[in-house]
Design a protein around this ligand. Structure first.
Ligand SMILES: [Mn+2]
Length: 299
């Protein structure tokens, strides 16, 4: 399938609604090649494992939170941090599908298609982690998904097979762990099978500062002692995660960052990315990295 999506970027750098039109652009996405690469993509992800280890000690790592179909934001980031400089590698924290702009209703896969094409082209520079929306709704908690519900069975199997093979946790060699919802409580996995509840629970769960009010939430709850246990298991000091737009940006004395990077939640929690200098010998807290807040991207 060959299709076009409008990725015109109206970007404002501050919160004063000062919009600056940066680029009017139509992106052509050709998925014919992508569908032929299914086996190769699955193999690439399987080789990374559920626990992806980023061993680079040069350059910068840009960590991007939930995109939720926000192709304009993706293209702003790719233009700024990928196509124009070779010093960056990009890690995406999952939830690529659903909640895309209504004008994209006919192409709800535009963001994930683009990311998979990039992964195929630059396997050592583009890294993807799984979010709960990227796994088929029948896994663990059924939820309404605009993306999965619209796919015919051929496409359904392509995305289901490819997305269910991507890593769940990433760590760098200098103290950073990244995931979608929470880290698993242990790191010694012997199975790649996502049906292992430890994987699925961790993708769906949220961290809380304390027990207050958590009895009302339906997703698995993780508290500080879970966080400490997981961070020890994954030998990390700082966690960068997405998933929960209600979580504070910083928790656990600046050792847990929660970000969204899409316009859908912009009014709610803003949009952030994290930039990690991979040459730094040791990362302890959020103070050791750069968190960039967007002013907003107009629809
Ligand atoms: Mn999520």
């Amino acid at each position: 399938m060959l299709y076009n999506v409008d990725i015109s970027i109206n970007f404002c750098y501050n919160n004063k609604l000062e919009l600056q039109l940066l680029k009017v652009n139509i992106l052509e996405i050709d998925t014919r090649d992508l569908y032929k690469q299914k086996a190769h993509l699955i193999k690439t992800f399987q080789n990374e494992g559920r626990h992806l280890q980023i061993t680079n000690t040069t350059g910068k790592l840009v960590v991007v939170g939930d995109l939720h179909g926000d192709g304009r934001t993706l293209h702003y980031l790719l233009n700024k941090y990928f196509f124009e400089s070779s010093e960056f590698i990009l890690l995406f924290l999952g939830d690529y599908v659903d909640r895309e702009p209504s004008s994209w209703n006919n192409h709800p896969s535009a963001v994930i298609d683009q990311l998979l094409l990039l992964k195929h082209q630059y396997p050592d520079k583009i890294f993807l982690l799984a979010g709960n929306h990227d796994l088929t709704p029948k896994r663990y908690v059924p939820f309404h998904s605009e993306f999965w519900n619209k796919l015919n069975s051929d496409y359904y199997h392509f995305y289901s097979d490819v997305l269910s093979s991507i890593p769940v946790v990433a760590t760098t060699s200098r103290g950073i762990a990244c995931c979608h919802g929470t880290l698993p409580l242990r790191s010694d996995f012997t199975t790649f099978d996502l049906n292992d509840s430890e994987w699925i629970d961790s993708i769906w769960a949220d961290y809380y500062e304390n027990n207050e009010g958590v009895s009302r939430v339906y997703r698995p709850v993780r508290l500080k002692h879970h966080f400490d246990q997981s961070m020890k298991a994954f030998k990390s000091s700082l966690l960068i995660k997405g998933h929960n737009p209600s979580a504070p940006l910083l928790m656990y004395t600046n050792r847990c960052i929660t970000m969204q990077t899409n316009r859908y939640y912009n009014d709610y929690c803003g949009m952030h990315i994290a930039i990690v200098d991979l040459t730094k010998p040791k990362i302890e807290t959020a103070d050791d990295i750069e968190i960039v807040e967007f002013g907003g991207v107009a629809s």
